[in-house]
Design a protein around this ligand. Structure first.
Ligand SMILES: Nc1ncnc2c1ncn2[C@@H]1O[C@H](COP(=O)(O)OP(=O)(O)OP(=O)(O)O)[C@@H](O)[C@H]1O
Ligand SMILES: [Mg+2]
Length: 490
């Protein structure tokens, strides 16, 4: 007979050994190896099926579902058990985000079924990486879980993606040899400019805002006309007058992502079309310094390529609702076909600083609405001296601790015409008027906007009908700081 005490001793030893082994496995993480073996054996006796979620479709457009799955996988607790995981700092200073590494596998369970995902990255013949997420599951589970599982992913990340969608992105075009993997590279768009921070004529600001709002509501109207639902703006004026900042303000106002096209990186006309095809709708597409590329021919894109791009016909293939913005310093030397209505709908002139915009700058940069030196500053502006808002902004930033010193520095710079070498520019601009709008357009210290109508009556009619724009007479004055103003009324 087995004595009962011996039996108890054996039992306690077995339980103790079991606990020790368990502790050892967990402490050394060997439990993961054991689990892997168990899964390996289990996988060996089942037929599996793989589903691919590629990053781009055949037209090299982004596959939105890839983004969703990638976000979902990075939110899984099991990502910590993946062999390699990237760690990134999050938005808050103490946030650390885990992110699946290339070619790593992560496991997930859904309705009792185990699935695995591989973040596969393959180098193509053209040396570019193609990314695909591979979903692997047992064939016997497929019918039961596939659809609900995909729906579960969609639901799990929709809030997160919605949040991300609200964070604007700046896309920049990569070199043209990246054709097979998408041409755009993105960054969070953090430009701090808004319509409120722009020092410019408040009327003009409001007109642009109303125009943008009217555009957003006009989907049916454009479609009824058989037109691409897009609107094009030309922002022109001397350097440092806020054109790029205005683009940022427009994007923020619309909550649109910005696609900034660097024409020197575009290899030919079809490449430019491809870039447009790969933009999403609800986006603002920008080409800065257009006249430089066209006049200096410093791009391999032809004029007709740019014209086709501006017409935006190809963009209708991948959804519309696009705003195009072109910036340039002056438009006198540019081919007029680029500026015809339909290609450019709204022209906005960005002038050098006026006393009114100076006051806005002083309020933003120094926090002052009035000052005893203001009359003196006003007098100098009225005498025709001016500088760009960028140059005045610099002086104000440097002297921000003392408003009096800041204003005195501005006065000196305006008087001597060489505030940071810039007053010269200001004077030259007002003397030559080299970048000022032609008569009949809009110009002046407060900036100007006009709806392009000269060459195309039907288009003008459409827009007048659309926005109820009544053009008032042109008010032509002379003198360095005078302006031809052309206003619209709702
Ligand atoms: N009208 C303005 N209101 C407020 N800030 C301005 C304005 N114009 C320029 N600035 C400031 O000056 C700096 C340069 O402006 P920005 O780059 O927008 O000028 P730009 O017209 O695009 O110049 P460029 O033609 O050289 O590209 C920005 O930091 C911006 O904050
Ligand atoms: Mg600029």
């Amino acid at each position: 007979m087995f004595p009962i005490s011996l039996f108890l001793l054996l039992l306690v030893t077995i339980v103790g050994l079991y606990l020790l082994v368990r502790l050892f496995l967990y402490r050394t993480a060997l439990i993961l190896v054991v689990k892997k073996w168990v899964h390996w054996v289990e996988d060996g006796i089942h037929v599996h099926q793989t589903f691919k979620v590629p990053e781009f479709n055949d037209n090299v457009q982004e596959n939105q579902f890839y983004r969703q799955v990638f976000t979902y996988l990075n939110s899984l607790a099991s990502i910590e058990d993946s062999d390699f995981t990237n760690l990134f700092s999050g938005k808050k200073s103490n946030d650390i985000i885990l992110c699946l590494d290339d070619n790593q596998i992560v496991h997930d369970t859904f309705l009792g079924a185990r699935v695995s995902w591989k973040n596969e990255v393959l180098k193509g013949e053209d040396e570019n990486c193609r990314r695909t997420l591979l979903l692997n599951m047992k064939k016997k589970d497929k019918r039961r879980i596939l659809r609900p599982y995909l729906q579960h992913i969609h639901n799990a990340v929709s809030d997160d993606l919605e949040q991300k969608r609200r964070e604007l992105k700046l896309y920049m075009n990569a070199q043209s040899d990246h054709r097979s993997t998408g041409r755009w590279r993105s960054l969070p768009f953090t430009h701090s400019s808004t319509f409120d921070t722009m020092a410019m004529d408040p009327d003009l600001k409001n007109k642009v805002k109303s125009d943008l709002e009217a555009f957003l509501k006009s989907k049916q109207y454009y479609h009824r006309l058989g037109r691409v639902w897009k609107r094009s703006y030309l922002l022109y004026g001397p350097s440092g007058t806020g054109k790029s900042s205005f683009v940022a303000a427009m994007a923020k106002f619309l909550s649109y992502d910005v696609y900034d096209i660097d024409l020197s990186r575009v290899s030919d006309d079809s490449d430019l079309k491809m870039l447009l095809l790969q933009t999403s709708n609800k986006s603002l597409i920008v080409i800065e310094d257009l006249e430089r590329f066209v006049n200096e021919q410093s791009t391999r894109v032809s004029l007709s390529g740019i014209l086709t791009f501006m017409d935006g016909i190809v963009s209708s293939c991948c959804g519309d609702e696009k705003i195009m913005v072109f910036t340039m310093n002056g438009k006198e030397l540019i081919d007029s076909s680029l500026l015809r209505p339909g290609r450019i709908d709204v022209h906005i002139y960005f002038p050098l600083c006026s006393f009114n915009s100076f006051k806005t700058l002083a309020n933003s940069y120094l926090g002052i609405r009035d000052h005893k030196l203001f009359p003196q500053v006003e007098e100098i502006f009225q005498s025709g001296a001016t500088m760009s808002p960028a140059e005045i902004g610099e002086i104000l930033i440097v002297n921000r601790s003392s408003p009096s010193r800041a204003l005195k520095s501005v006065i000196t710079a305006l008087q001597t015409g060489d505030g940071r070498g810039s007053g010269k520019i200001g004077r030259r601009m007002t003397e030559n008027c080299s970048s000022r709008p032609a008569a009949g357009e809009s110009d002046g210290e407060s900036g100007g906007v006009f709806w392009n109508h000269k060459d195309s009556v039907p288009v003008a009619k459409e827009f007048r009908k659309l926005y109820g724009i009544l053009r008032l007479r042109s008010n032509k004055k002379t003198g360095p700081s005078d302006h031809d103003s052309e206003m619209m009324e709702r």
